[in-house]
Design a protein around this ligand. Sequence first.
Ligand SMILES: Cc1cc2nc3c(=O)[nH]c(=O)nc-3n(C[C@H](O)[C@H](O)[C@H](O)COP(=O)(O)OP(=O)(O)OC[C@H]3O[C@@H](n4cnc5c(N)ncnc54)[C@H](O)[C@@H]3O)c2cc1C
Length: 489
Amino acid sequence: MSQMCVGGVRLAAQTTSAAPSKPTPKLNKPVPPRDRKKEHPPKQQGDPRRPPPSSAAPKPAPRQVSFPAPLPPQPRVAIIGGGLSGLVCAQELANLGLRSCVFDTGEHGPGGRLATRSSADGSLRSPSLASHTDNPLIFDHAAQYFAAADPDFQRMVAQWEAAGAVMSWSGPVVGNLCKGQFTPLSEGEGGTGSERYVARGGMRALALHLAATAEGTGLVELRRPNWVNGAKAEAGGWRISAKGKGQGVFDAVVIAHNGKCANRLSAGMGVPAIHRQLRRLKLSANWVLMVAFEGRVPVPQGMQGAFVRDSEVLSWAGNNTAKLFGLGDAAGAQFSFECWTLISTQQFGKRHKVPQEAIPPDTAEEIADAMLGAFYDALGGQLGGVLPDVAYRHVQLWGAALPLNTPGVPCIWDAVGRVGVVGDWVNGGGSMQAAALSGQALARVIARQAAGVREEKGQSCGLHADFSILKDEEIGQFPAAGQLECCPR
Ligand SMILES: Cc1cc2nc3c(=O)[nH]c(=O)nc-3n(C[C@H](O)[C@H](O)[C@H](O)COP(=O)(O)OP(=O)(O)OC[C@H]3O[C@@H](n4cnc5c(N)ncnc54)[C@H](O)[C@@H]3O)c2cc1C
């Protein structure tokens, strides 16, 4: 992998298109860092039988960025993505006394797939909702609940719980649903420490809590909505731009998002091993239907949330009103609507994939009808005969919903280029636990290296980890999701 040194600070040759604010420094002879061979193996020779690339061939990938100096003791870290992994990374850096700036595209708030839509905060806009202001509709429309099997994550969750940001979702109310039969998940099913948690006020509220706590340290700044579309290396570090507007120069970059956006961003950065790992990720597409019923859905045995089995269309059905407000007690009685989140199977998502930003209205109607029909079937079709009338419904496609494969490492870090990657997919699957632990792990790596620690296995990590396939057909491969085989066939 060829590299160039620029000025006193070594810099890759890829930065020609950058607009450095400083004068272009002179070239120096590169000095390979100790672990460069291992983490950045030399390029393979091309196939001699192949014709030489034509002038129309795609632009060669930018060469490896290399900063020869170690991370400064007080690095400024840019975290691109304010989902759970990015927010936890920022918090952990702050816990370790380091500064970061989190950039997030979220219009309604940070959190990414910790997403809640509510008529109370304007994130659920619809003229038909105007008459329902006294009874706000609320939907968690990606992550539904989470479990904490890992001790580090358990410690985090204990803090969130103590702060009132999360609460347990207890009782035999979550389970498997098949043809009208509901089987609650048994205690501890799917892993140890598998108490179920939900965020008070919806998952977005947890993200807001995490962002506020991190910003409260004085070491974290959240810039939102801010879509980062440029990260260029220059002598002083990484120059970040959002929609072409400069956002400053940072000593290190954490990519805390994935999919096309991250692939595009990393393609031009000059961190080929990082880019390669990001591109190897495969993601599912899942449809989500938010539906408010005018009255109670006739469910078996107090079911509040269920993995739907034996359905080609649905994988999950969850009653947000019951989950967030407790339908069983007096608090629940004031709600005349029930807000349900229905999540499709990955196969259904794949079969009916459309551009998520421009879903044709006819498709939206068909998908909503199919999902409601599948819900009715899963309930057995006989409970009370019909579902209550629908007061509101809205479908959304998560085009990059859940990872289908994973390198299964805590985090990815290119110490030479000072770029890291975090996210659920990095650390074993589509769960909040995986995302949070990944963010925490990279923060610790950065802090150790800023403190001058030499790692036994080399300064970089995860750059060449092999991927394995994630198998479960679940909304998230998260602990306590329960067993698949439950359905009488
Ligand atoms: C339908 C669905 C249901 C799920 N259910 C569960 C569940 O019940 N339990 C569970 O544990 N897990 C569940 N998950 C998985 C869980 O939501 C994720 O594992 C977790 O939220 C991922 O966090 P993250 O930080 O890795 O990524 P994300 O949440 O995707 O965060 C990435 C962030 O980066 C931002 N971003 C992207 N590009 C840019 C850019 N260029 N500049 C700035 N910001 C950018 C995005 O806006 C986003 O906020 C579910 C996921 C889906 C889709």
